[in-house]
Design a protein around this ligand. Structure first.
Ligand code: MG
Length: 387
């Protein structure tokens, strides 16, 4: 199918990946058959009018009065509400590929609806694989899950048609986030504003905070494990402060292949939507002459405890990646609300893992139930640090 003729279902249209996808869609003349957002109806409706998207879903809105007024004011749009209606559209609507850019655990069930229908899934929601990689990867038939995460897109491109047996290691690069050079003595006083500033990438709040703690990189190691079918002993992460090399594949003969570009999500999005082809684009430009220095450094355990805790949890697998992810989502919310310190987030997660017993191969309902329970318990606890 030609790129321009592809019809996309865009989930999470109002976020950062959503905005970049809309820019790619404009340049490539791609049609969006429907788009979803959690609650930001003003932005989603504006997007629909600008991009001629006929159908919208507000997955987090259930206020009948608000919905009927939105429908009255926008007679040209079909407006759906709630997660069930989003899943219904994913199961029944006409589209060629779905891009899931929903933030966090809320994107899980949509990934399953897309894969169960046998449609190509361009995945920006890493939590789908972190929480349920053992179930979601079982649904892969002819088309692999196409990564939108920049590191995994880089690895996906570098691997090409090489079989897993020819790969020695995957090296996932990390910027090191907002605090890679901050003295450790200043960590207890880190403010939400500081944590929401990323040195290289322009991203949503959740992933920017997860980059600062490097919890994001632990999630990405788990994501790579499921996407590329390699054991944790063949996966590693390394700090590359310039964010130009998006990740590297080391082959058994000693060669490394990497993918390089200016850090801009439009490129992995474009590749995911045009895969297996490459199409002409002038959205992202990289001038090699401006790149004077590409460096690497080791990840410090004391600076990034959530990364190392995340790796341990990754290796144990089962239900614990879900417990960890829910605890980080809740701890992040509490930190951003000013209720706990930056350095407390790690203790919230540690205590949640200590409290909830692990289960080896949880089913989807157990995963969804545990995620909700852990998140709510932490969010409403009087002493969240101790769960
Ligand atoms: Mg990434």
């Amino acid at each position: 199918l030609q790129m321009v003729k592809r019809k996309i279902a865009l989930l999470g249209a109002t976020g950062s990946i959503g905005s970049s996808t809309l820019e790619v869609a404009i340049e490539q003349g791609i049609c969006i058959s429907f788009a979803s957002a959690h609650t930001d109806y003003r932005k989603l409706i504006a997007i629909a009018h600008k991009h001629n998207i006929p159908k919208l879903v507000l997955s987090g809105i259930d206020d009948p009065a608000l919905l009927s007024s939105l429908r009255q004011d926008n007679p040209d749009l079909k407006i759906y509400a709630g997660e069930e209606e989003l899943l219904n559209l994913l199961r029944n609507e006409d589209y060629d590929i779905a891009l899931n850019a929903i933030t966090g655990s809320a994107g899980l069930r949509s990934s399953f609806a897309i894969m169960e229908r046998g449609k190509p899934l361009a995945l920006a929601n890493k939590e789908s694989l972190v929480m349920a990689g053992h179930l979601l990867t079982k649904l892969v038939k002819d088309i692999p899950i196409i990564p939108v995460d920049s590191e995994h897109s880089a690895i996906f491109q570098a691997i090409g048609k090489h079989p897993t047996a020819e790969i020695k290691s995957l090296h996932i690069t990390a910027s090191g986030g907002a605090f890679r050079d901050l003295p450790l003595s200043e960590f207890p006083n880190i403010t939400p504003e500081q944590a929401l500033t990323h040195p290289n990438w322009n991203m949503g709040a959740k992933v920017t905070l997860d980059s600062a703690t490097m919890f994001n990189k632990a999630l990405e190691v788990i994501e790579a494990h499921w996407l590329f079918g390699l054991p944790y002993s063949q996966l590693s992460a390394i700090i590359h402060p310039q964010s130009i090399i998006h990740s590297l594949v080391e082959f058994i003969d000693g060669s490394f292949l990497a993918q390089l570009s200016t850090p801009d999500m439009k490129l992995p999005i474009l590749y995911a939507l045009s895969y297996p082809e490459r199409v002409a684009s002038s959205l992202v430009k990289t001038d090699l002459r401006t790149l004077s220095n590409l460096s690497f450094r080791e990840i410090e355990p004391t600076r990034y405890p959530l990364f190392f805790l995340g790796l341990e949890v990754a290796k144990s697998g089962g239900l614990h990646p879900t417990v960890m992810n829910a605890a980080v989502e809740a701890a992040s919310a509490l930190f951003l609300q000013g209720k706990i310190a930056y350095t407390d987030m790690m203790w919230v997660v540690y205590n949640a893992l200590d409290t909830v017993p692990n289960i080896p191969h949880p089913d989807l309902n157990t995963i969804i139930g545990t995620n909700k329970e852990v998140y709510q318990r932490i969010l409403h606890s009087k002493t969240p640090r101790f769960f």
